[in-house]
Design a protein around this ligand. Structure first.
Ligand code: CO
Length: 458
């Protein structure tokens, strides 16, 4: 039997309509999902935390507690970016530790941790802390293809992960580029060489995902990630209903209660229709985009680049930029194109093409990366280019977080006027500007508009 992790209320809306589902909508779906027999529901982390405060004026911690309240039978899972937690820089160990503690206290069972570079050192604290507070820790391998990302590379990584104390391993194919035949080989090799349960997470962007899932299932994968349709496919995960139907009556049947899913389907449809109508969900997101297999570029990275080029009035250079990406990626030592590396490589490719000379302009994050501040690149970076950008500067070779001072208590003191609990301090630690505004508003709501100050002729 293969088991299913339901992803519609985290990755589903994050991939399809910029993570805009409200807590009310999420809770309504989770209430039903809880009765369907999923292995876990992915409900939190990733971009949901930032999006709650930035766009929805909602407290992400309250969302987690509300979901926990209605999910009495099913494990809740979150996505966690190693030492970056849910933000975009490295945080000190005490912040990572406190975040794991509070996530678990507020209702998370499984923390899925990954590092964009697959640098195990960036996962150490998250794994230790998750275990310390009684959580289950899954480590995700950032999947990509390159001359160094071989089956052997992933098997060695999996062995290190097992030693580190993880409870399970996920193959995280964020761009949806894992081919069925490669899935067979990878899953078989992982099953043979390590004892942990193996989960597969991919996206339908390139149109091959269901075939890849089927190959992985036949090769013995333990868990796959799917999303209840119509909040599925396109840039999101395959349809939960479709996979269950395909496996019905076989030895792999996930035994999901389809009556429960049918019951909630109209609600899911209503939500999808709402975001299509308000323009946040572009129906194009559901189209198959085979080109990502050529350029290995995740959907989110493409839309970012298109925006940068449009802002510069340079959409005519789009093809050139696309062709530049593999060069930049090679010179940077083949980082997997996942947040934040996807944005960094994409932006640098745009700068290389629009700047007139390659690496004449360079993003600060790329400089930090070359200084070793993100960890170890999978393959060595191009020395000539490194020298051009950072000269003979010293490069960090230790675990980047070893250089960071504890910051939690300092933030707690700094924000004692607007943070009412440790959860608030964590929101501020991760998204200082957004959380300051959100919390100030939350605890001191602006007075309602008075009648005589209301100008009806605006
Ligand atoms: Co994903």
């Amino acid at each position: 039997m293969v088991r299913i992790v339901e992803t519609s209320v985290r990755d589903g809306h994050q991939s399809l309509f910029a993570t805009r589902m409200t807590t009310e909508e999420v809770v309504k779906l989770c209430e039903a999902y809880d009765r369907a027999g999923f292995s876990a529901i992915e409900v939190w982390g990733g971009a949901t935390f930032d999006s709650c405060m930035r766009f929805l004026n909602e407290d992400p911690w309250e969302r987690l507690r509300a979901v926990r309240k209605v999910c009495k039978n099913t494990k809740l899972q979150m996505l966690f970016r190693g030492q970056n937690i849910l933000g975009y820089r490295h945080y000190s160990d005490d912040v990572v530790d406190m975040f794991c503690k509070k996530s678990i206290e507020n209702g998370i069972d499984i923390i899925r941790v990954f590092d964009a570079l697959n640098d195990i050192r960036n996962l150490e604290t998250a794994v230790k802390s998750t275990k310390k507070y009684g959580g289950e820790c899954q480590i995700a391998l950032s999947y990509t293809t390159s001359p160094i990302h071989t089956i052997e590379y992933y098997v060695n990584l999996a062995k290190e992960i097992e030693e580190l104390g993880a409870d399970s391993i996920c193959i995280k194919d964020m761009a949806g580029v894992l081919l069925p035949e490669d899935a067979t080989k990878l899953v078989s090799a992982l099953k043979k060489n390590c004892n942990l349960p193996i989960e597969l997470h991919s996206h339908c962007t390139a149109g091959i995902c269901e075939m890849t899932y089927m190959a992985a299932i036949k090769a013995g994968v333990d868990i796959v990630d799917t999303s209840v349709s119509p909040l599925s496919n396109g840039t999101a995960q395959p349809s939960t209903q479709a996979l269950c139907n395909a496996l019905r009556g076989t030895e792999y049947d996930p035994k999901i209660d389809m009556d429960v899913i049918h019951e909630i389907e109209p609600e899911v449809t209503k939500i999808v229709n709402k975001y299509v109508a308000n323009g946040l969900l572009n129906p194009k997101s559901f189209q198959v985009n085979p080109n990502i297999l050529t350029y290995q570029v995740p959907g989110g990275m493409l839309s970012n680049m298109i925006k940068q080029l449009t802002d510069q009035g340079a959409m005519d250079r789009y093809e050139e930029v696309l062709r530049e990406i593999p060069n930049v990626r090679k010179e940077m030592g083949y980082p997997p194109l996942v947040t934040p590396l996807s944005q960094m490589v994409g932006t640098q490719s745009v700068l290389n093409i629009l700047g007139g000379e390659r690496y004449k302009l360079c993003a600060k994050e790329i400089k930090d990366y070359l200084h070793g501040r993100y960890g170890k690149s999978p393959a060595p970076v191009n020395e000539e280019i490194k020298k051009k950008i950072i000269g003979d500067d010293e490069v960090i070779t230790c675990r980047p977080a070893d250089l960071l001072e504890p910051e939690f208590e300092k933030l707690k003191e700094k924000y004692k006027d607007i943070a009412k609990c440790d959860e608030d301090v964590l929101s501020l630690a991760l998204f200082e500007g957004v959380a300051t505004e959100f919390l100030t508003n939350k605890y001191n709501p602006k007075p309602a508009i008075e009648e005589d100050s209301f100008d009806m002729y605006i």
